[in-house]
Every structure is written in C-alpha cells, then in structure tokens.
Ligand binder design. Structure first.
Ligand SMILES: *[C@@H]1O[C@H](CO)[C@@H](O)[C@H](O)[C@H]1NC(C)=O
Ligand SMILES: *[C@@H]1O[C@H](CO)[C@@H](O)[C@H](O)[C@H]1NC(C)=O
Ligand SMILES: *[C@@H]1O[C@H](CO)[C@@H](O)[C@H](O)[C@H]1NC(C)=O
Ligand SMILES: *[C@@H]1O[C@H](CO)[C@@H](O)[C@H](O)[C@H]1NC(C)=O
Ligand SMILES: *[C@@H]1O[C@H](CO)[C@@H](O)[C@H](O)[C@H]1NC(C)=O
Length: 482
C-alpha cells in the first residue's frame, strides 16, 4: 500500500489522561514554503532548558540507559555502547518525568535535519501489567536521543528504534511513541509496554489498520512478533472479519477512545487536522500563533543548529529541578545559577496572565506577536547574510552572525518577560486584585482538579463535546479516567 507523496498531517496523543503530550506534523504539501513542521506540547512539570550538543567522536564509549528503581514502573539502568560518532543536535532538556533520571529529552532536531518528538501513547492495561520488574532497556528519552545522535533520515530513525528495542529492550511508563520527520516524510513509531519488545511504525498516519504482511510494505515497519503476539493473547482473531488494527489491539481499551477523534484534550486530533487544512498553505507564524500556540505567554525565538551556544539564562537552572530542595548547588553552576532563568520568568507571566485571561491574555499575546513579527521580519536578512558569508568562504562569520542574532533576540525576549511580570504585578496589586493564599498546600495534590490555564470557560483536558462552557470555571473537580 502506498501513500501519496502529498499527504499531510499526523497527530498523536494517544493518552487517556490529562498529562498526555501531543505531537503535530504538517507535511510539505500544506506549508507555504514547502518545509515540514513538527511541534509538540508536553506536560512534564519539571525544569526545562535549551541545549545544543556538539557532534562528537567516541571511542569505546558507553551510554547509560533505562530507568532506575525509583521510576513509576521500576527498572535497572544498563550500559550500552555509544556509536563512534554522534551528530550535532538541539534539544529542550528537562529534569524529571515519572521518576526517570535527568537529563531527559523529548527530542529536537539534528544536523541532518531529522526532527523527533516523543508522545505518550498508552497501551492496554493487561499489556502494561506484563512489564517485568525490574524492567530493562532504553526509555523514550534514550530513544529520542539515539535518533538525534545517529539518524540520517526519518526511516533510519525508525530502524534504530527497532534495532535498539530488539537488542536491549524498552523501558517505559505505559507505552510511548515517536514522531520522526525529515524534509520529505514522517514516520510514527509506537513502542509498546509489556517487556515483549513489541513496536509498530507507519509512514504518515495514526497507526490504525496495519497489514499483516507489513514486511512487504515500504510504509510499515514493526517487530516481527507484533501480529503473532496479538493472536496469542486473543486480542485479534486472524480468522475473523476484523482487519488487524494496531490501535484497537494495543491501545488503552475504553469505549469511545479512538486514534483520531477520541483525544483527551479540548480539541481532538481530527478537529486540529481540519483546522490545519482550512488554513493551508500554512506558515510558521500560523503554526505558532494560531494553530498550535503551545507557548501561551512566552515568545518564540529563532535558533539555528549552527548557533554556537545558549545564553546562561536559557540553560540549566535549579528551579523545579529534581532534588533541588534537598541539596546544595554544585559550585560549577554558581555563575549560571546566579542568572535570571527564562523558564521561571515566563512562568510568572503565565500565572499573572491566567489570573485574568479575559483582560490580560489579549494584551500579552499582542505584545508577544508583535515581538515575533519583528523576529520574522528579520529572518530574511539574517539568513541571507549568513548564507552570503558562507558562500564566500566565511563560515565562521556566518555562524557568529546567527549566534549574535539568536542571543540578541533571546536577551530581548527575557527583558520583555521581566517587563511584563512587573507590569502585571503592579496592575494586579494596585487595582486590589491580589489575593494572598489562604494557607492550603502549595502543591496541587494531582487529584484531577483544574490547574492554572488560560482557556476561559473550558477545561483544556476534556474534549469540547464532553463539556459545557462555564462562566466562572476555576478548580472544577472531575473524576480522572485513570
Ligand atoms: C556503567 O559503566 C560505568 C562506567 O564504566 C559504571 O560506573 C557503571 O556502574 C555501569 N553501570 C551499569 C548499570 O552497568
Ligand atoms: C561499558 O559497559 C559494559 C557493561 O556494563 C562494561 O563491561 C564496560 O567496561 C563498559 N566500558 C566502558 C568504557 O565504560
Ligand atoms: C484460524 O484458522 C486456522 C485454520 O483453520 C486454525 O489453525 C487456527 O487455530 C485459527 N486461529 C484462531 C485464533 O482461531
Ligand atoms: C473534519 O472534516 C471532515 C471532512 O470535511 C468531516 O467529515 C469531519 O466531521 C471533520 N471532523 C471534525 C472533528 O471537525
Ligand atoms: C503581526 O503581523 C501580522 C501580519 O503578518 C499582522 O496581521 C498582525 O497584526 C501583527 N501583530 C502585531 C501584534 O503586530
């Protein structure tokens, strides 16, 4: 079975839980400049920082992978051998999820133009229950990093995940997937919980109907047991009339839970897909401002892979870092920790903005869009100038120019963030709208009450058709599905 070259969008957020992460891909046929776009939202609470990893040569080096006994599904770390060379890549690193060890990554983009994002893709409970304790193997972040470090194409990324899972196993917290894109195509890989080395991949799609003889198809890949295991377990009958459907067989089993329409978020995958098609040809600005504003109160900054470093304000800090509350700072980080932290500043903007989203959100977003407009307007001359330098044998100067521009924008963005916090702080306090907390615990107990968000009148973690808009909607409780 062949898909046409012009096919378009793939979006996954296969999780029946409020802490799902979603990925979003727009193919080159739907974008204004013929590039592919990949985006993601995540709900890891922990500290996040931007990092550029240099290309490296390694000789006989090991890498430590897996999860520890402290993970939500306990495991043991293992050493596997590192490749002899790894590529340069850019990643948003973070400090904790489900007890997994820092630093973690959901993905990023490498020097070969390969972009990868992981997304929660939960499996059926009986599969999760089969997971050995301790579990061993690479976990979602290890797999994303291996793809960034080693893959030349999207397809190669899938093959790497397949090989690594077959050789070392897959450690998890209930199933996960990766969206891997290059300039031409995108693949979705779903790694299954259970310790059975099960995985399935499809070029461009939601991984639903899946050919039983997938090894003969260029559009599908998977572990060789992906069909036989389902038959063994009685999850699919090869003699029946139902086609083999990976989602139906391996996903979390619940009434009304489907790959395309049954999401756990306010908008379903299908609704977002339709919105994207209606907007085509899509520009990067459409994506970040209208379609997928994954950053509600922080501006987007341009980064190129050739940028020589990240300003300390955007690097690793202890704010929300695991164990920061019970340890002293390593003096090596004294200077970096002394800087303002962009992650913290824009969280402050978020909290103030979402305290009164009707009044503040349009103003804050207009400011951010104005800032982003100015960056977009500069991109043409910045990239043209860098290219001219590179074409004239001045590669270093080209990289210096890109570094200078990215840093200048990042610093300006942070200054803007501070101004916004100060302004919102003054306004909120001076107009008598600043309530002191009443003394309840500062950490949300995680029981499913609404947490801070800017979606007025709606719950972002429930499909729109399962809720009625409420005029004053704050901290409504509801039962969690799991
Ligand atoms: C991995 O290798 C390092 C260095 O060789 C060693 O200290 C560590 O104990 C090893 N970890 C495991 C789980 O084998
Ligand atoms: C790599 O890991 C293996 C298995 O833990 C260990 O035997 C070997 O000594 C390690 N090599 C290095 C260079 O750390
Ligand atoms: C399917 O049919 C074949 C041939 O009749 C039989 O050997 C096999 O046991 C059947 N499988 C199931 C799961 O019913
Ligand atoms: C998306 O568009 C298709 C085709 O127009 C339509 O059938 C479907 O109902 C739409 N889905 C949603 C969720 O809007
Ligand atoms: C940003 O630019 C778009 C045109 O591309 C314009 O419609 C919009 O009003 C601008 N926004 C701001 C806040 O300047």
């Amino acid at each position: 079975m062949m898909f046409s070259q012009v096919s378009v969008i793939a979006l996954l957020c296969f999780a029946r839980t409020t802490s799902a992460s979603c990925g979003f891909y727009i193919g080159k046929a739907l974008t204004a400049d013929g590039s592919v776009m990949l985006s993601r939202t995540s709900e890891e609470v922990s500290s996040h920082w931007l990092e550029i990893f240099s290309a490296k040569d390694h000789s006989n080096a090991n890498m430590s992978v897996g999860v520890t006994e402290h993970a939500s599904m306990p495991g043991r770390l293992m050493n596997i051998s590192q490749a002899s060379n790894t590529f340069r890549y850019l990643s948003m690193e973070y400090s904790d999820f489900e007890g997994f060890l820092a630093p973690l990554t959901n993905g990023g983009v490498n020097e070969k133009g390969i972009a990868v994002r992981d997304k929660w893709a939960q499996n059926r409970d009986d599969l999760i229950a089969m997971t050995p304790n301790p579990q061993m193997g690479l976990q979602y972040s290890d797999l994303a990093r291996v793809v960034l470090e080693r893959a030349n194409t999207a397809r190669e990324g899938v093959e790497l995940i397949g090989q690594m899972s077959a050789e070392y196993g897959y450690a998890n917290y209930g199933g996960n997937s990766h969206l891997i894109a290059d300039a031409n195509e995108v693949c979705i890989v779903w790694e299954m919980s259970g310790g059975k080395k099960l995985w399935a991949a499809e070029r461009l799609g939601y991984i639903e109907d899946f050919p039983v003889d997938f090894t003969n198809s260029p559009d599908y890949m998977g572990s060789l047991n992906i069909v036989s295991f389902a038959i063994e377990q009685g999850w699919w009958n090869p003699n029946g009339t139902e086609p083999f459907n990976i989602f139906n067989v391996y996903a979390y089993q619940a009434e009304g839970y489907t790959a395309r329409d049954g999401g756990a978020k306010y908008m379903s995958q299908a609704a977002l897909e339709n919105a994207t098609r209606a907007m085509a040809p899509v520009t990067e600005k459409d994506l970040i401002e209208r379609l997928w504003p994954s950053s509600v109160t922080a501006p987007f900054n341009p980064w190129w892979l050739g940028v020589k470093g990240i300003p300390p304000e955007y690097g690793l800090h202890r704010y929300l870092y695991k164990n920061a509350a019970s340890t002293f700072l390593d003096p090596e980080y004294q200077y970096q920790e002394a800087t303002y932290f962009a992650g913290r500043t824009f969280k402050q903007v978020l909290y103030y903005t979402c305290s009164n989203p009707e009044a503040f959100l349009p103003i804050v977003q207009n400011i951010l869009h104005g800032f982003e407009n100015a960056s977009f307007a500069d991109l043409k001359w910045v990239e043209r100038s860098a290219q001219t330098l590179a074409e004239n044998g001045q590669r270093e100067a080209a990289l210096d120019l890109l570094t200078f521009y990215s840093h200048a924008r990042a610093e300006k963005a942070l200054a803007l963030g501070k101004t916004m916090v100060d302004t919102l702080d003054a306004y909120t306090k001076l107009t008598g709208q600043f309530p002191m907390p009443s003394g309840s615990p500062i950490n949300d107990p995680g029981l499913g009450t609404e947490t801070v968000n800017c979606l007025v009148g709606w719950d972002p973690d429930l499909p729109a058709d399962q809720q009625t808009p409420l005029k004053t909607f704050r901290r409504q409780t509801r039962a969690r599905i799991r």
